[in-house]
Design a protein around this ligand. Sequence first.
Ligand code: Z5A
Length: 215
Amino acid sequence: MAGRFITLEGGEGAGKSTLARALAHRLEGAGHRVVVTREPGGSPKAEAIRTAILSGRFKEQGAFAEALMFSAARIDHIDSLIRPALQRGDWVICDRFIDSTRVYQGVLGAVAAATLQELEQVAIDGVMPDLTLILDLDPSIGLARAAKRRAPDEAVDRFEGETLGFHQRLREAYLAIAVAEPARCAVLDAGLPPERLAEAAWSVVSERLTHTQER
Ligand code: Z5A
């Protein structure tokens, strides 16, 4: 496809949304058209599924049911937003994608890797990220950031309410993906201040992707 597809991954409060905006700004400044989106969500149908999942309504049904819901949202998101944007030649920056399913439902939810792999292939139908930036952060810092941002009357979401041990295992699982797929993934130190993190991300993007699509 003509465009480039970047996904941002990492734990709660790692700074993915903040970095997505900063990267989009840099890419637009370099003359690219950019679509910033997120998962679960990114299209009206997928946003409706997001609301249902994050309310915790499917927790009782187990991790496999949640994986199916995330995949259903992903199929609509790809069909209605991501694939058309990439076909137009736009850059797409997506806050979370397949690695979140692998980590949350696979490693932490104990859904078999082979099952998730098949589900992933069906859901993405060939739309694989060109680059995945993994924002690595001590989970106690990420959770503190998320708590600070939350309004006093706002409840924690389905995953934020898990234990610190859960979030530590999540961090390790992301690092293992980066080791297994070095050509696609790059790990960034998400403990850096936002401007320095954006600079580090921009170096990776420039080095790995921009030379392949000068406008
Ligand atoms: N999930 C799943 O289980 N399976 C799947 O397949 C998919 C998702 C796709 C979505 O939650 C949940 O769905 C997610 C996994 C699961 N659950 N968790 N946890 P979400 O979208 O609501 O939450 P999130 O993805 O974790 O995003 P977040 O909490 O909004 O964090 P963020 O985007 O990484 O961070 P941020 O909004 O950019 O920044 C958070 C705060 O930190 C904010 O006040 C910033 O100003 C501050 N910040 C940002 N960057 C920095 C730096 N560099 N330094 C200091 N402070 C910073």
